[in-house]
Ligand binder design. Structure first.
Ligand SMILES: Nc1ncnc2c1ncn2[C@@H]1O[C@H](COP(=O)(O)OP(=O)(O)OP(=O)(O)O)[C@@H](O)[C@H]1O
Ligand SMILES: [Mg+2]
Length: 411
C-alpha cells in the first residue's frame, strides 16, 4: 500500500467512534458493577462537557451489556421526545418494541385483558409495537400508569424467554424537561415509572447520558433521583491516555506516518486531553504529515494554522451567537486565575470590577449567566457554582478576543 492510500484514521465529529477509544477503564468498571445488579438499586448518569466522549462510550456499553445477557433499548432524546408525556411514552414504546419484536407471545383476543390466553387458540404473534400499544391503550389511568403496565407486560413476556433484563439508554438526556406551564411532566414521569417498576423487582435499568446540566435537572424534578443514579463524570484524558489516542491509530501495519515524540507532546498540550480536540488536531496533522512525507520533509505540527481552523470550526459559531455584553462577561471569566474550574458570581463580579470600565452587578451577572447557560456556554452545578460548558473556551477567548477599552458612556 502506498503512503497516500492509507486513509486518515482520526474521527473528529459528534458521535463518531474514534479509531482507538483511550482510557475509560474506571467508567467500564463502574458500568460492569451496575450490570451485576439483580434488583436495580442504581441507574447511571453519564455526564461531561461537550465533546468529552459520552456518546461513543455509551455505544461501547452496548456490546458489554449484551454479553452479560442484557437487552439494549436506545434513543437520542431530542427536544421533541421531551415536549409531552405522550411523546415520552411513544418514545419508550418504540424503543422497547425494537427489542421485543423478535420474541413471540400468545395472541390476545379482542376485549380480553393483556396477556390473557385462549387455550383453544395458542397462535403466537411477535411482541410488536402494535401489541405493546394495545396494552398501553387499554390500561386506564395516568400516562405513567399506562407506561408502567406496558413495561410490566413486556417484562412478563421477556421473562418467559429468559431475556428479562433490559437497559434503556438515552443520550442527550439533558433535553428532558418538565413543563409546568403546559402541565406536562415527562421528566418526572420517566423517573416515577422506573422507580416504581424497579421497586417491584423488574430489572429494567436507565442509563442517561448528557451535559452537566442533566443530573441537577433530575434532582430538581424528583429529589429521590439523587439516590437512584450513580453519576459518572467523564473528564479529559490523562497524558498517557492522550498518547494512546494519538498513537495507537497509526501504529498499525503500513501506516507511512510516524509522529515524533515532540509532536505528540504538542498535540497533548494543545488538546489538553479533550477527545474531540485530539481527533481534530490529529486529523489535520496526519494530512499535513502525509504531504510532507511525500516530499521527504520532516514533519512539523503547524500549531497556529490548526488552531485557527479549530477556532473557526468549533468555537466561532457559538461565539457569533451571543451579544457583545455576554462576550465581555465570558472574557472576564477567561481571565480568572483558573478559568476551567468552578467560579462564583462573587468572584466574577470582583474580576469584572478590575477589568472592565462598565462592571456587572451580581443580579445582572446572574441573569446573564442564566441566558448563557441556556445557550450551552455555561452551566451551574447544584451548589450554585458556575463553569464553562465548552472545554477550552477560556483559551479561545484569550486568543481571539479583547473587549473594547474605551470608557462606556452611562445613560
Ligand atoms: N476515549 C476516547 N479516545 C479517543 N477519542 C475519543 C474518545 N472519546 C471520544 N472521542 C472522540 O471525541 C469526539 C467526541 O465524542 P462524542 O461525540 O462521544 O462526545 P460527547 O461527549 O457525546 O459530545 P456532545 O456533548 O457534543 O454530545 C469524537 O470525535 C470521538 O471520536
Ligand atoms: Mg454526544
Amino acid at each position: 500500500m502506498g503512503p497516500l492510500e492509507f486513509k486518515n484514521p482520526y474521527r473528529p465529529g459528534a458521535g463518531h467512534m474514534p479509531p482507538h477509544l483511550a482510557g475509560r477503564e474506571r467508567e467500564y468498571k463502574e458500568f460492569d458493577r451496575l450490570l451485576e445488579q439483580d434488583e436495580i438499586l442504581e441507574n447511571m448518569v453519564l455526564t461531561g462537557l461537550r465533546g468529552v466522549g459520552k456518546t461513543v462510550l455509551l455505544e461501547t456499553f452496548k456490546p458489554r451489556a449484551m454479553q452479560r445477557g442484557w437487552l439494549w433499548a436506545t434513543a437520542d432524546l431530542s427536544e421533541s421526545a421531551s415536549i409531552s408525556e405522550t411523546a415520552l411514552a411513544q418514545r419508550i414504546l418504540a424503543d422497547l418494541a425494537l427489542i421485543t419484536s423478535s420474541i413471540t407471545v400468545e395472541e390476545q383476543q379482542p376485549g380480553q385483558p393483556a396477556g390473557f390466553v385462549a387455550p383453544s387458540d395458542p397462535r403466537r404473534v411477535p411482541l410488536s409495537h402494535e401489541v405493546l400499544a394495545s396494552v398501553y391503550d387499554s390500561t386506564p389511568g395516568l400516562i405513567s400508569d399506562k407506561i408502567k403496565a406496558t413495561l410490566e407486560f413486556a417484562w412478563h413476556q421477556l421473562r418467559q424467554q429468559d431475556k428479562h433484563r433490559v437497559i434503556f439508554a438515552y443520550d442527550e438526556a439533558q433535553n428532558l424537561s418538565d413543563h409546568a406551564e403546559k402541565e406536562q411532566f415527562p421528566l418526572s414521569v420517566l423517573l416515577d415509572v422506573f422507580q416504581s417498576i424497579q421497586k417491584k423487582g423488574i430489572p429494567f435499568m436507565l442509563v442517561l447520558a448528557g451535559l452537566p446540566t442533566l443530573f441537577p435537572k433530575l434532582v430538581d424534578a424528583r429529589t429521590y433521583a439523587e439516590r437512584m443514579f450513580r453519576v459518572v463524570t467523564l473528564i479529559k484524558l490523562t497524558d498517557d491516555e492522550s498518547r494512546d489516542a494519538i498513537l495507537k491509530p497509526i501504529e498499525v501495519a503500513n501506516c507511512p506516518i510516524k509522529f515524533h515524540p515532540d509532536s505528540v507532546e504538542t498535540i497533548c498540550h494543545e488538546s489538553a486531553g479533550y477527545p474531540y480536540f485530539i481527533q481534530f488536531i490529529c486529523r489535520e496533522v496526519f494530512d499535513v504529515f502525509i504531504q510532507q512525507h511525500a516530499k521527504d520533509e520532516v514533519g512539523m505540527v503547524p500549531v497556529d494554522a490548526i488552531q485557527r481552523k479549530l477556532d473557526a470550526d468549533f468555537f466561532a459559531g457559538r461565539w457569533a451567537k451571543i451579544t457583545d455584553r455576554q462576550r465581555e462577561l465570558l472574557w472576564v471569566i477567561a481571565n480568572l486565575a483558573h478559568p476551567d474550574e468552578e467560579f462564583t458570581i462573587q468572584e466574577l463580579v470582583e474580576e469584572a470590577r478590575q477589568r472592565l470600565t462598565k462592571t456587572f452587578s451580581p443580579s445582572h451577572a446572574n441573569q446573564m449567566l442564566a441566558s448563557l447557560a441556556e445557550r450551552g456556554m455555561i452551566y451551574k452545578n447544584r451548589l450554585g457554582k458556575y463553569s464553562f460548558a465548552v472545554p477550552l473556551l477560556g483559551r479561545f477567548i484569550l486568543r481571539t478576543y479583547g473587549p473594547t477599552t474605551e470608557p462606556s458612556i452611562s445613560v
